[in-house]
Write a protein that binds this ligand. Sequence first.
Ligand code: FE2
Length: 384
Amino acid sequence: MRKISNFQIVPEIIFGEGAASQLGSAAKKFGSRVLLVVDPAIVKAKLLEPLTAPLRSEGLRVFTFSDVEPEPWVETADEAGRIAREEKCDSVIGAGGGSAMDVAKAAAVLATNPGKASDYQGLDLVKKPGLAKIMVPTTAGTGSEVTFTSVLSRKKPKMKAGINGKYLFPEIAVLDPALTLTVPPLVTATTGMDALTHAIEAYTSLQASPMSDTTAREAIKLIGANLRTAVHEGENLTARSNMLLGSLLAGTAIANAGVGAVHALAYPLGGSFRVPHGTANGLLLSYVMQFNVSGCAEKYADVALLLGMSDNGDKPDILAGRAISAVTKLGEDIKIPRRLRELNIEEKYFPEMADSAMKVSRPLENNPRKVGKEEAIAIYAEAL
Ligand SMILES: [Fe+2]
């Protein structure tokens, strides 16, 4: 008998080419004053106009906050929260990659809760509902549009940690593949590998359920079939649309089943070395899969088939090896960094990195094979 599972999903998801045009009517439901949080890449890609025009045409007052850096600091969220509070905003729109959406989610709860972002890093520390949150991902992606996490960096101690809880869950996600057409190849590649990591980690999570498995499996299939094209033919709307759908489904899967050891081991790369989240996950994915294989061979065998590998009637452990080869080959084809040394991360840092990875306890608890400090160091060594 299956164990009882619980599945939550963002209540309204608007998906399709041109979906951004509905942003105004979506925001108007919550009131007339909107904080729009974007990253500088949005401004550079001239996407500010397609985002603000539908808001203005509905007569909304828009306050724009664009000082969002990659791997954003807690202080950035504090500042965005201050503006939302002082301007008496009714909703916060986060448009961009994971950084902009995470800052927007944090700003929405900081507008109504006392204190600073750093006071709330942890699980369920936010006690009051925030402003309405509308998320518009422009990369595929972090899946942040459908998760209840805002990951923010701290300078002292140097680390990344999430604000996690029900009040971070967005009310509406607006996904328009046309907004992703200008994402450069390397960012498409690394964010796509983050989405694939979400799908594979949710599928093999000890918290996996029939619903999370269904979304994770479809995500693996979509990302496996479309990521190369999205990287090499950025203007291909079909590939971009399939990637955005894959990333959405993978995000939905992790919102329920959680992530695993890839994310735990990737956190110190972001926290201490400022390696972008997708780069860190994409690099570590195949090495962690190699370590995990004895804990989830049957599911990795499925992953191989979902990634288009042939069955040949082989046993699960053979097929599982094929899943790892498929992920390795995908990383090579889309030219993401494959080794820690390419990022100037040396062996001498491994014990400290492993120590901070051990603090990322929930993902480690979800992982299909137990990872302690020794194992973490061994995985980093494989990835050197
Ligand atoms: Fe991720």
